[in-house]
Design a protein around this ligand. Structure first.
Ligand SMILES: Cc1ncc(COP(=O)(O)O)c(C=O)c1O
Length: 415
């Protein structure tokens, strides 16, 4: 299966932009991808044809309600859950902070939570702060510096009868490692603890299945998967029943309103649905019938993404291996590509990562340097302070020619 990369790139208006005739090399996807044209169209439609609050009798209000319904259905197919298990929000960090006090309301001193040394801080601080305020013991799941995998063998000694919450990332925004979140959630479930999955870096690359993962809550951000600045969360019915949301008296106590204070961003919901449809469209390109259920089209879309990104990753990794003094902080073995997303973080001996990123920016190549709020993993590596590491992220809209060009430029910049 191979993507028609020309058709894919044509689906993203920003990819055609040049600056003084120089094309843009977008390798900043882990911080935010480019936006599919259909997302822009859907948001424009929401803001022009359906600009009203929902719940009214008139045309634009009915249209806004229809957008909301369709987005809930689409998000449910995206995660493999029911529409009444979906919560939209501003971003993943805000949603986790919104839910942390609700989850922690019955935590007692001496209870425990388990966090990982691999996670983005959005999946650490919201739970950590509640735990510290209530006198809980915080346990940490480390990762192995050779394999770049979580030490799942330690779960039996880190999770016990006092564990109330376990939070884990599905893919690391620093190392790129894909974690066996189903195993972590199963361990949490076995002791009655709530499991939280941060799927922000998984969603652009791999199919998410909350039923298979067995988590209570999972969140991803649409701006990382070709959509607008918004987040979409799975909240199991079981967990919903245990929580008491903060809400104004007039608002109804049923989904989708129950955990969404105030008026939602209908335009962001429209854009998020369009981003999901973009991934389904990739599946259609591979021959899936457009009339097939959305979930089936998404399965095919992600298959196409995975195959293309594996090709790009193989080429990129072999190029990186030839650069003297470069240390990749993540899985380098091309036989282990199924265990990583194409997010590559590295340092170069004797070189300032910020200066390298700036040199690439001067060549219109967009990459990040620093630690990207991955406070824990960067701390483990001693790379939190100072210029940190360079991070290059590949996306399904990157072409092989772009990867070759990037490697050439990298070699020149590193010298
Ligand atoms: C793994 C991971 N989790 C959470 C976040 C935070 O997402 P948001 O900006 O939607 O709060 C990010 C952002 O980079 C991330 O990479």
């Amino acid at each position: 299966m191979s993507l028609d990369i020309a058709a894919v790139r044509a689906a993203f208006p920003a990819l055609a932009l040049t600056d003084d005739g120089v094309p843009r090399g977008y390798f900043d996807a882990p911080a935010g991808t480019q936006v599919a044209g259909r997302v822009v169209d859907a948001m424009r439609h929401a803001l022009i044809d359906a600009c009203a609050n929902d719940g009214g009798h008139f045309r634009t209000s009915v249209a806004a309600g229809a957008i909301c319904d369709a987005a809930l259905q689409g998000a449910a197919a995206f995660y493999n859950c029911a529409p009444d298990e979906i919560v939209f929000g501003l971003n993943t960090t805000s949603l986790f902070f919104q839910f942390a006090p609700l989850l922690a309301s019955d935590w007692r001193a001496g209870d425990e939570i388990l966090l990982t040394r691999m996670d983005h801080d959005a999946n650490v601080s919201p739970w950590l702060q509640q735990a510290q305020a209530r006198g809980l013991t915080v346990r940490w799941l480390p990762w192995d510096r050779e394999t770049h995998a979580l030490r799942l063998d330690l779960l039996p000694e880190l999770i016990g009868p006092r564990t109330r919450l376990v939070a884990v990332g599905q893919a690391s925004n620093y190392l790129g490692t894909i974690n066996d979140v189903a195993a972590v959630c199963a361990a949490a479930r076995a002791v009655g603890a709530i499991s939280i999955v941060d799927a922000v870096q998984a969603a652009p690359h791999i199919l998410i299945d909350v039923a298979a993962i067995g988590c209570d809550m999972l969140c991803a951000s649409a701006y990382k998967f070709f959509g607008p600045h918004a987040a979409v969360m799975y909240l199991s019915r079981g967990l919903q029943a245990q929580l008491h949301p903060l809400k104004v008296r007039p608002s109804v106590d049923t989904m989708p309103t129950r955990f969404s204070p105030g008026t939602p961003s209908f335009e962001a919901q429209a854009g998020t649905l369009a981003a999901i449809e973009h991934i389904a469209w990739l599946g259609d390109q591979e021959g899936t019938a457009t009339t097939a259920p959305l979930r089936q089209r998404l399965v095919a879309g992600y298959d196409a993404i995975t195959a293309h990104e594996a090709d790009l990753s193989r080429r990129f990794l072999s190029g990186l291996a030839g650069i003297k003094g470069l240390t990749l902080h993540g899985i380098a073995n091309a036989n282990r590509l199924a265990e990583r997303v194409p997010t590559f973080t590295f340092t170069v001996e004797g070189r300032d990562s910020g200066a390298l990123a700036a040199d690439l920016a001067a060549r219109n190549i967009f990459v990040w340097s620093g630690y990207y709020y991955a406070w824990e993993p960067a701390g483990v590596l001693g790379l939190r302070d100072g210029p940190g590491a360079v991070r290059i992220g590949l996306s399904h809209y990157n072409s092989m020619a772009e990867v070759d060009g990037l490697l050439d430029q990298l070699v020149q910049v590193i010298g």
